[in-house]
Design a binder for this molecule. Structure first.
Ligand code: HEM
Length: 313
């Protein structure tokens, strides 16, 4: 914040929860719709607070984030320094698609009824100002595993470190305590994946499957997922904050991972994506992508709670 006050972030850094809803909306053009959204932003904190009070220990939080084009139409200037549309990547059979979406609500709680309640209230308040693009209900699966059977989230930074990697500091003073958010909805071909021997799966992920131990560098392939997503700058590892959730409909044969990554610069997540899809060096790509297809891709910006509270209708 430029006025020297300490900006308070939205609840980007929170303990893991059992449930989440990822709600992606399109903003319907019009000055009155922009005003509806700005005035809603002021009430967003109160909305999660009231749900939180009704169910103590429910861990209810909601983060709102905005796409590049929507930002200009809703908030105008100033704009976050690194906000742009999600850049698609094509390499071989692999495609990190860029799909429509103006506003993301990342709603997390211990119980799905709490998430649902907040999503319903958001939709009731925003009414004709928005149209729904995508809605995914995520659930925590055994031991925090994703549907390919591996524990997901182990190497996530925690507490103070999580804030350092996810929240903007002094580098963009108007947007201190904001965060860039990349989301991608992946669908897995579990029938084929389950035919792959466990040892080979472990080489693709870079960790053991049953007890979640990192493979030793002497046996870990350079194409392992946790090798390609390791970003090093000036000799230091640069992390992001993830809160992936499994989702799916077993009856329809849909098995997915909703990837969500918060970072103080989108460049970090983009470098990981480049390494995964194109490969490092090119061609040495992430073999998880032979079994997983990205069907959505968006970059959003989650401004601080202080910024949202000051939005003028
Ligand atoms: C198909 C979707 C994905 C699945 C199933 C998946 C699964 C996993 C698993 C099982 C791990 C190891 C445990 C852990 O440390 O969390 C992991 C690590 C990681 N993933 Fe993913 N992931 C997916 C997509 C992505 C994407 C798109 C990115 C970034 C753009 C990403 C970034 C990371 C990072 C940074 C780590 C930690 C590496 C380390 O420091 O050891 N993942 N992922």
């Amino acid at each position: 914040m430029s006025d020297g006050q300490r900006a308070i972030p939205q609840p980007v850094v929170t303990p893991l929860t059992r449930s989440a809803i990822f709600l992606v909306l399109a903003f319907n053009p019009g000055a009155e719709n922009a005003a509806t959204i700005r005035s809603f932003c002021r009430d967003l904190g109160a909305l999660s607070r009231s749900g939180g009070v009704r169910v103590p220990g429910g861990g209810l939080t909601c983060v709102a984030a905005f796409g590049s084009e929507a930002w200009d139409r809703i908030f105008g200037k100033p704009r976050p320094a690194e906000l742009h549309e999600f850049r698609e990547i094509r390499a071989g059979d692999r495609h990190a698609v860029s799909t429509p979406g103006d506003i993301l609500f990342h709603i997390r709680a211990e119980r799905m009824d709490l998430c649902f309640e907040v999503a319903a209230q958001i939709m009731a308040k925003l009414g004709p100002a928005v149209s729904t693009v995508d809605e995914v209900d995520g659930f925590r699966y055994f031991d925090g595993r994703d549907l390919i059977g591996f524990v997901d989230g182990t190497e996530n930074p925690r507490d103070q470190k999580a804030m350092e990697v996810a929240l903007i500091g002094d580098e963009d003073p108007d947007f201190t305590a904001g965060s860039y958010v990349v989301v991608q909805k992946y669908l897995h071909d579990l029938t084929r994946w389950n035919l792959v021997p466990t040892k080979e799966q472990e080489r693709m992920v870079g960790r053991t499957k049953s007890n979640d131990i990192e493979l030793d560098d002497s046996v870990k392939p350079t194409f392992a997922h946790n090798a390609l997503t390791k970003v090093v700058r000036d000799g230091n590892e640069v992390k992001i904050l993830r809160d992936n959730m499994p989702f799916g409909q077993a009856g329809r044969g849909e098995f997915g991972t909703y990837f969500i990554g918060y970072s103080r610069s989108p460049a970090t997540t983009e470098e990981m994506l480049q390494n995964m899809f194109v490969g490092k060096p090119p061609g040495n790509y992430d073999r998880l992508l032979d079994f997983s297809r990205a069907v959505t891709g968006n970059l959003f910006f989650a401004p601080s709670a202080s910024f949202l509270e000051k939005a003028t209708p």
